[in-house]
Ligand binder design. Structure first.
Ligand SMILES: Nc1ncnc2c1ncn2[C@@H]1O[C@H](COP(=O)(O)OP(=O)(O)OP(=O)(O)O)[C@@H](O)[C@H]1O
Ligand SMILES: [Mg+2]
Length: 236
């Protein structure tokens, strides 16, 4: 998955070079990612499939700089970040507007209402005004759950929770969404509806997407597809 010599790194919204990651326990060590080179352009969507335990979630954590690599680089909008060093405070605040993340288990805050959950990333940025609230409500409407805005997540179905999580991921107009098996807890039909909403919203807002999924149909719905195997990422 190497970029062509004619293309500069600035033309990719997300790029990695030689990402390596291992885990040690006791005397044993497993190398999960040997050397991952990934490229993603603006508005592109890339699916990643691979056996359970092959390192998909680990890779997403490295891309989000939530975990440290053994070596290698991650580029956010052409800016090189040393993946084995702790992120700077500047990077951490950039992450809130650069990236949105969606997990299989939703990770909504149970005590907060749906609307408060969607606005949570803005609370961290200390930025909640009427424009932000309108953006949150527009997203909830697009996701078909505006009528649930004052409910707590515990009263919502799995599909509704994931719609709220998509709205939360998109609140700050991120450049990239990382979705880790977003339909993994949903039945086929609900999963299909949620996936359609996610893909459609990314296209409409020109948001790039990395989608980890075990579902071959969803994996084919992205503009590019890849498989993570034996620690390397190969386009298929
Ligand atoms: N913090 C950790 N400490 C030790 N080993 C870990 C840690 N996190 C992940 N691993 C190991 O790294 C490997 C990759 O895990 P990862 O969660 O990235 O897999 P995955 O491809 O996302 O799997 P799944 O499809 O089941 O979600 C696994 O063998 C896992 O046990
Ligand atoms: Mg995983």
């Amino acid at each position: 998955m190497h970029y062509g010599v004619s293309e500069s790194k600035e033309s990719f919204v997300l790029l990695t070079e030689g990402l390596r990651k291992s885990f040690s326990f006791g005397n044993s060590k497993i190398e999960v990612l040997h050397s991952v080179d990934l490229t993603l352009k603006k508005s592109e969507s890339l699916s990643i499939r691979g056996d359970s335990g092959c390192g998909k979630s680990t890779l997403l954590n490295l891309l989000a700089r939530l975990e440290l690599a053994d070596s290698g680089s991650v580029y956010w909008e052409g800016k090189k970040l040393n993946a084995s060093e702790k992120p700077s405070t500047h990077e951490i605040s950039k992450r809130a507007s650069f990236l949105g993340v969606i997990y299989q288990s939703y990770y909504l805050i149970p005590e907060l209402t749906v609307l408060e959950n969607v606005l949570l990333p803005n609370r961290f940025l200390d930025r909640v005004d009427s424009t932000q609230r309108q953006r949150a409500m527009d997203l909830l409407e697009k996701m078909g759950v505006l009528d649930k805005q004052n409910q707590i997540p515990g009263k919502l179905s799995g599909g509704e929770r994931q719609r709220v999580a998509i709205a939360r991921a998109m609140i700050n107009y991120p450049e990239v969404i990382l979705a880790d098996e977003p339909t993994g807890n949903l039945d086929e039909r609900t999963g299909g509806e949620v996936m359609d909403l996610l893909l459609q919203s990314c296209v409409e807002e020109e948001t790039s997407l990395i989608l980890v999924t075990h579902n071959p149909k969803f994996a084919r719905a992205t503009s590019r597809s890849s498989v993570l195997q034996d620690g390397t990422l190969n386009e298929v």
